[in-house]
Design a protein around this ligand. Structure first.
Ligand code: WT7
Length: 651
């Protein structure tokens, strides 16, 4: 957004949900303690963070200094020594050796349960494998795997010896591997012979082979046998995981690493521009993911926790692996697709494993809405006690559907706002404290100083849109863009004065609740009004025939920009598309106002998305304005979507 105007916020949501008494009584974080923490964060910022670091992390050596802040570069718990693998494994062995750490469900219904003791043993052995193959602390290791327990073993083994992992999502192509291996000059790739995706075999090892033809830094490749397809092992470079691990020693002591030791690099999904290698470090990251797992997910010893993300995303790092394991919890991994073999799959997994905490993305929720609630009704979901949402603004209709059908009006919903860059959740309801409003991520967590500002960095009054910024550093913040401090400063610290620029638009309501408006690049200007595409989408989805919608602007002589809505209909919707088109336009006009009325409504079966489920509006903008698609499409999940949308264009 380059203009001076504020974003016009038009979404009005009046429903509120107060936490149930039963939940409040048993919550990890209660109101009194919450208020003490808020006060402490305000009056003794460093003391507040020291308390959290002390409480959540085992330190081999305590830090000398809590924070060094040379804007925009931060260091946390300086001089402290710790280890992420130690915190996720060793420290639980005394009380929880036989507790299940991982439940793994394969796409074809296989199941494995792995205790803390077993996971510890495997990680120790694999750490020795890495050391024996010449991996040293600070070396970069690329992990390109399906969602199988060995991926978790590989992550934890890297952190144990101080190697820096960079996970490339197993659904990405060889170009993505190539870029990321070269950007980080990785020394090793850990992969599998293949993986399954929607019932199809994906040739992971072949992709690695192809990528490595153009990479010179990789010396060794370790291959997990997953689908038993035929692959080539290059002698002197490639090794079978199972052979190496069978010969490895069990003895491995976790390295005592500096708090600021690099932990991992993760490239952002990149709806725009070249992917950025987000660098996270050890002590601060671990402190915050552990603390937020306890606060936001209210995790307890008896819980079975399932976050549906892949380890290829930040959600998988922070809230499938590190947060839950650091808390000593049972975390579930599901390898496959939500609709394999049918749309009941997730609910079957919930029933069979008595999942109590469930965390997923709005795009998945909308897909379930579209498939129909009859899939949900077949299963017993009474084990669930808390639901979470992450990844994009959840439109109130999807929130209500989630609340009614999955939460059965019993479970609090935590709508968690955060980013790859923030490492952990920054804005979210606390399930035993916060009154929720469908569609709002509510308020920042204690210690997080978020604000909504204008172009000049001044706070905007309530109910006015602006840029969402974070005004003080926090321990799990990215330290830089790997190898590119300048781009770090440019991207996050130059748009608004003295604050971290999130790139999101937001407004605060009169109760100081945050309403995210999506990326500011998704803001469009129609007849002088800046509108959030997300709000128009939300209005469309509130119509009973609409499953999903994406709205983009295209140039218009009179209005500046006009609105084009790409709409996916529910299966149950009638197919009178021409009358429905007018009806939808009127519906939006009624919900939001005539200014937001789409000029065009185009019906489609699917929307182009990144593999993490974000709609690629850039591509839709090109289509709406009749341009040939230009620029990077490597993160697009299904290329044929573009062709389908274009064909429709020509019709
Ligand atoms: C962007 C970050 C954080 C893990 C997954 C995505 C959007 C994320 C919410 C939410 C509204 C949200 C923002 C943010 N986003 N969660 N609860 N409400 N918007 O990580 O790929 O780095 O994307 O996702 O636009 O900036 P990511």
């Amino acid at each position: 957004m380059t203009t001076q105007e504020n974003i016009t916020s038009v979404l009005v949501e009046n429903r509120i949900f107060v936490p149930h008494k039963n939940f409040i009584e048993q919550a990890n974080l209660k109101k009194e303690e919450y208020e003490r923490l808020l006060l402490k964060a305000n009056t003794d910022f460093e003391g507040f963070w020291a308390e959290l670091a002390e409480r959540n992390v085992h330190w081999f050596k305590k830090w000398d200094k809590v924070l060094e802040w040379k804007e925009p570069f931060s260091k946390w718990f300086i001089g402290g020594k710790t280890n992420v693998s130690y915190n996720c494994l060793d420290r639980h062995l005394k009380d929880k050796a036989n507790k299940t750490a991982l439940i793994w469900v394969g796409e074809n219904d296989e199941k494995r349960t792995i205790t803390y003791q077993e996971l510890f043993n495997e990680v120790c052995k694999f750490s020795n494998v890495l050391l024996n193959l010449g991996i040293k602390d600070g070396d970069r290791v690329v992990i390109y795997m399906p969602l199988i327990p060995e991926a978790v073993v590989a992550m934890l083994a890297c952190t144990r010896i101080g190697a820096v992992h960079s996970i490339v999502f197993g659904g990405f192509s060889q170009e993505a591997i190539l870029d990321r291996v070269n950007d980080a000059k990785a020394k090793m790739v850990i992969t599998a012979d293949g993986g399954y995706r929607r019932g199809q075999a994906v040739p992971l090892k072949l992709n690695v082979d192809n990528a490595l033809e153009k990479c010179s830094s990789v010396e060794k490749v370790i291959v997990v046998q997953r689908i038993k397809n035929k692959i080539d092992l290059k002698s002197g470079r490639d090794y079978w995981y199972h052979e190496l691990i069978n010969n490895a020693s069990l003895e491995n002591k976790a390295c005592e690493l500096d708090s600021e030791h690099p932990l991992f690099i993760l490239y952002t999904s990149g709806t725009t521009g070249k992917p950025k290698g987000i660098l996270h470090t050890t002590g601060g990251y671990l402190t915050w993911v552990t603390q937020t797992t306890k606060w936001v997910f209210d995790i307890k010893d008896k819980d079975t926790y399932w976050c549906t993300a892949d380890v290829g995303w930040i959600t998988g790092h922070s809230y499938v692996v590190y947060g839950p394991l650091s808390c000593g919890a049972t975390t579930l991994l599901y390898e496959g697709a939500p609709n394999h073999p049918d749309w009941g799959r997730f609910w079957k997994i919930v029933e069979e494993n008595k999942v109590s905490i469930f965390y997923t993305a709005p795009t998945a929720i909308r897909a379930f809405m579209k498939a129909g609630s009859e899939w949900v009704k077949k299963y017993d979901l009474s084990s669930l006690r808390l639901l979470g949402s992450v990844g994009e603004p959840i439109n109130p209709e999807a929130w209500m559907w989630y609340h009614k059908n999955i939460g059965q009006e019993r479970c609090p919903i935590v709508d968690t706002w955060w980013q790859t860059e923030t490492g952990g959740i920054l804005v979210s309801p606390l399930p035993g404290i916060t009154t929720t409003k469908p569609g709002s991520a509510t308020v920042p967590l204690p210690g997080i100083f978020a604000s909504v500002v204008d172009e000049n960095g001044n706070s905007v009054p309530s109910d006015q849109g602006g840029y969402m910024v974070i005004k003080k550093p926090w321990p799990s913040m990215l330290r830089t863009i790997y190898g590119n401090d300048e781009r770090y400063v440019q991207t996050y610290w130059s748009r608004t004065k003295s604050a971290y620029f999130t790139g999101d638009g937001a407004h605060k309501d009169k109760d100081d609740f945050f309403w995210m408006l999506g990326r500011v690049d998704d803001v469009i200007k129609v007849s002088g009004h800046l509108l959030s595409t997300m709000e128009v989408e939300s209005a469309l989805v509130s119509h009973s025939s609409v499953a999903e919608a994406a709205v983009v602007g295209y140039p218009d002589e009179i209005k500046g920009e006009a609105l084009c809505a790409f709409v996916v209909l529910k299966q149950s919707a009638s197919d009178h598309q021409s009358t429905l088109s007018d009806e939808l336009k009127q519906h939006v006009a009624k919900q939001i106002g005539p200014v937001a009325k789409p000029d065009q409504v185009r019906f489609t079966e699917v929307l182009p998305k990144t593999r993490s489920g974000k709609i690629m509006r850039r591509l839709l903008r090109d289509i709406a304005s009749g341009k040939q698609t230009v620029g990077d499409t490597t993160t697009l999940e299904d290329m044929s979507v573009l062709e389908k949308l274009r064909v429709q264009d020509e019709e």
